[in-house]
Design a protein around this ligand. Structure first.
Ligand SMILES: *Cc1c(COP(=O)(O)O)cnc(C)c1O
Length: 355
């Protein structure tokens, strides 16, 4: 593979959006990265070109059978102007985990990190600097064979696009109300739950929409077999603090291995807080609430970083967690992770990568 990224700069840069009103994923920068895969040739022709629509044959495999994967990570502008990425290699290693499950050829992890760096560098003026903002990075791969046969594609596109984003929840770090989903399931062991692939998102929309209609922000997914054990919250991993100990569901094939999840576990360990990865039944959480030991609950993911849970509704049984207020540990972890990401706190873990 030729590792030389050809850069073609735009002749008509776009107007940048208001930094204080970015929302999430609404604006895109001036450039995008694109690289092709052809069977027999491998990944080739990496390019950074002006951001523009694609022209694809309507029979492209991705449109019909969803052979695709994606990633999400962020770039921050540090206080002295340096550009910081948070654990980008982890994302690109995860691309190959997802690729393997979706029968997409693997990418070169180090080259993909270099591609992210090169693209962010070209569009560095787009990194917002207002509090809580960042540049969201969306790498993705789509199957492009023009063919309706059901088989893995022989051609793919690997692309990276960039979007300046505001804080995920514009109301700030407020606890959200969560509906425990007892009807729909997200994933089962043996399926695609551990891969970052669009199909998982498509199948989650119905539950999310119904939860919204009932006044809930997101759903808490239970396991797809017994509907007994907690798996994830919306598109985030989930943590519970019970009697001083933090518990998060163990990864057993149906749960996505979040980078914020593993960073949270490492942080808690370094703070001397006991963390356990194991199966946790929704009944156990309700029992802990009943006996007064359920202290905090929160979701973790790149987009929101930490999302505190203030209320759960499981089959009409409503419990409030920490009086609906953000927990002490939840806010400590939020401050620690966002502090490291933005370069405001010392990064003793070596997580950030300077561009
Ligand atoms: C991306 C994602 C997460 C969070 O992963 P991070 O690496 O922390 O952003 C959790 N669950 C699902 C289903 C996801 O797609």
């Amino acid at each position: 593979m030729s590792n030389q990224i050809v850069i073609e700069k735009t002749k008509s840069p776009k107007q940048k959006p208001d930094q204080n009103n970015l929302g999430f994923g609404l604006y895109f920068t001036d450039h995008m990265f694109i690289m092709e895969y052809t069977e027999g040739k491998g990944w080739h022709d990496p390019k950074i070109v002006p951001y523009a629509p694609l022209s694809l044959d309507p029979s492209c495999m991705v449109f019909h059978y969803g052979q695709a994967i994606f990633e999400g990570l962020k770039a921050y502008k540090g206080s002295n102007g340096e550009i910081l990425l948070f654990r980008p290699k982890k994302n690109m290693e995860r691309v190959n985990i997802s690729n393997d499950r979706l029968c997409i050829p693997s990418i070169d992890v180090d080259f993909a990190v270099e591609a992210v760096k090169a693209l962010v560098n070209v569009d560095k003026d787009w990194i917002p600097e207002a509090e809580g903002t960042s540049l969201y990075i969306r790498p993705f791969i789509i199957a492009t064979d023009p063919n309706l046969g059901v088989r893995p594609s022989h051609t793919y596109k690997f692309m990276i696009i960039l979007s300046p984003v505001g804080a995920y929840y514009k109301e700030g770090l407020n606890p959200v109300k969560i509906y425990v989903e007892s009807n729909y399931v997200r994933a089962v062991k043996g399926g695609i739950g551990f891969a970052k692939t669009p199909g998982n998102y498509a199948s989650s929309l119905k539950a999310q929409m119904e939860a919204k209609e009932k006044g809930y922000t997101q759903v808490l997914w239970l396991d797809g077999v017994e509907k007994k054990y907690v798996e994830e919250v919306g598109t985030m991993n989930v943590f519970f603090k019970i009697n001083g100990e933090v518990i998060t569901p163990s990864l057993e094939g149906s749960i996505l291995s979040g980078i914020t999840r593993s960073s949270t576990i490492e942080l808690l360990n370094s703070m001397g807080v006991k963390v356990t990865e194991r199966k946790i039944a929704i009944q156990e959480i309700y029992d802990a609430h009943a006996n007064g030991t359920l202290e905090e609950a929160f979701g973790t993911g790149t987009a929101a970083v930490i999302s505190p849970i203030g209320e759960l509704n499981w089959n009409g049984n409503v419990v409030e967690i920490n009086n609906g207020k953000i927990g002490e540990l939840s806010s400590k972890i939020y401050d620690a992770i966002t502090g490291i990401q933005s370069g405001k706190l010392e990064d003793k873990f070596g997580w950030t990568v300077k561009i």
